[in-house]
Design a protein around this ligand. Structure first.
Ligand code: PBG
Length: 335
């Protein structure tokens, strides 16, 4: 872009900034509750609201509490929630068998939400990490997560979640070919209307720490990261390849994760493919903003809104954030 005819003092950019109304008039991007997806950690039991030490104000909820809060989220105008089950360590195995139990925690949560007939979409991760005793997203063969054996299990996991009533399947495992395999399995089972939100560019990030705390998968993962399947933090062309493949395989929406450290990737994907592109403001980003608010006595909502707007400017259509309810509330008070 060039601005040949615009010169000071005929052009004064401060002119439009002088009043709240004129700033609003020329506002390029807006954040509204419809942009937000609320991720929720769910636990067994009744009346459970269990704090997560590393994530201020985030609770693990039992299904009865989830129903109350999902209703609130819907009232606030949040279009979808993403469910993450916290699995009893006694049920975790090397092959994550509990993921394929049609009566597992997440399936029961989906059933309950659907029975409550809420008008809010349900998103479920497809990956084995909540269910494996080693914390990896798939099954380990010869010392590494085996791609094809893992994909086989993930397709079954996806169908089980769709059978329970999940409307958006979100593979977050970063195995090759999983979107195509899941699409085929869903279609064969008659779930051609079930959508796929691919965690297309999921980086091997250090910002996932608090999430792994919440799930109890950190400990078991020890020092062995997810480098052999998640994307290297140094690359962005590779993210475009991931997205191209996921779209060819049938993804309806793609996601970049984490959000703020990868805004360039969101931007490139949106500019290249023009498809629904989401950002995941991950646990570490959320916690980081809370710590900043605390240290500098700043209102955390202003920090969160600024960070979410950066995702919008980059081209995100929607953003997953642990602060979704809080932000939706604060946005509705302002309007
Ligand atoms: C696991 C999964 C992770 C997150 C969402 N799904 C963690 C990981 O890959 O280890 C992270 C979310 C967050 O940090 O908020 N498949």
């Amino acid at each position: 872009m060039s601005f040949p005819s615009r010169r000071f003092p005929t052009t004064r950019l401060r002119r439009l900034r002088q009043a709240a109304w004129s700033r609003q008039l020329v506002q390029e991007h807006r954040l509204c509750p419809a942009d937000l997806i609320w991720p929720v950690f769910i636990v067994e039991g009744e009346q459970q609201r269990i704090a997560i030490e590393s994530m201020p104000e985030v609770m693990r909820l039992s299904i009865d509490q989830l129903l109350i809060e999902a209703q609130q989220a819907q009232t606030l105008g949040i279009p979808a929630i993403a469910l993450f089950p916290v699995i009893d360590p006694a049920l975790k195995t090397a092959t994550g068998d509990e993921a394929l139990n049609p009566d597992n925690l997440i399936c029961r949560a989906i059933h309950s939400l659907r029975a409550a007939a809420l008008d809010i979409g349900i998103i479920c991760d497809v990956a084995l990490d909540p269910y494996t005793n080693h914390g990896h997203d798939g099954v380990i063969i010869n010392g590494d997560v085996d791609n094809d054996a893992t994909v086989e299990l993930l397709t079954q996991q996806a169908v089980i979640q769709a059978q329970a009533g999940c409307q958006i399947i979100a593979p977050s495992d970063m195995q090759d070919g999983r979107v195509g395999a899941i699409r085929q399995a869903l279609d064969q089972a008659g779930f051609y209307q079930v959508m796929i939100l691919a965690y297309a560019a999921k980086y091997c990030s250090h910002f996932y720490g608090p999430f792994r705390d919440a799930l109890g998968s950190q400990q078991s993962l020890a020092n062995k990261g997810k480098h052999t399947y998640q994307q290297p933090i140094t690359n962005s062309d590779e993210a475009l390849h991931e997205v191209a493949l996921d779209l060819q395989e049938g993804a309806d929406m793609v996601m970049v994760k984490p959000a703020m450290p990868y805004l360039d990737v969101i931007y490139r994907i949106k500019q290249t493919f023009h498809v629904p592109t989401f950002a995941y403001q991950v646990s570490g980003e959320y916690t980081m903003l809370h710590h900043l608010a605390q240290t500098t006595h700043t209102n955390v909502e202003t920090l969160l809104i600024e960070s979410l707007l950066s995702c919008k400017r980059a081209g995100s259509d929607a953003i997953i954030t642990y602060a979704a309810k809080q932000i939706a509330q604060s946005l509705s008070q302002k309007n």
